[in-house]
Design a protein around this ligand. Sequence first.
Ligand SMILES: [Ca+2]
Length: 241
Amino acid sequence: MQQFGSSPNRKSRHVRRVAKNVSQPHQNMIKKLLSPSAVSHLSGLKTTSKRLALLAAAGLAFITSNAFATVVVVDLTGFRTFDAGFPGALNTQQTLNFAPNEQVVSITFTNLSIQLSNGSFGEEFVISANQSSNSGDPGTFWDYRPFPGAEDDPSTLGPINGAFTSPSNQFASGPFALLADGQLLLYVYETFNDGGAAVDATVLSGTLTITTQVPEPSTVALACVGLGGVLIMLWRRRVAL
Ligand SMILES: [Ca+2]
């Protein structure tokens, strides 16, 4: 039984309805996917295959219309480290709110300068971004030490600019996804506690720029196209048999 009309006009209206809530590049992509020539191929398929193809197009339209990037800039001035590891009650922590399951894709820092205290080494200073559920190692997190190899003399380091990209400066996994609560925990800590209850390092200046994305549109689009291709191959194989 047909689930939708087979006339070209009916299909064109459907394409417009799917496409009207998405951006122009995505509209063009969807129109191409469901162009008259593509739709004429569809008309030769069974109803189940048509349903799957239209479902994939609708899903793609929904996903791409909801894809967006967020950039958040955080002033780290005054952040202080006391404890080795994390979370550590005295280490400065801050919670940032994003969309559910948002992907943290990039973290950069600008004009970062720190003051060391109590003999703490500069290379022990770590900036960490994390999922809300993580209360310690191991976990999904992105830790970075901006001053590798730096000792405690001079006691003031920076200012420097950089990004959480060098593998030798990372302690963990790099880009990651937030949980459904969309919360990102941002904190600083030391890899060695020199000062007991006294401060190890204080951020004199610096901003952190965090870029996130929900979801990664090209990956999802490729996945949709790939899934569609597999379904058509399976259908053709079944027909051939
Ligand atoms: Ca230290």
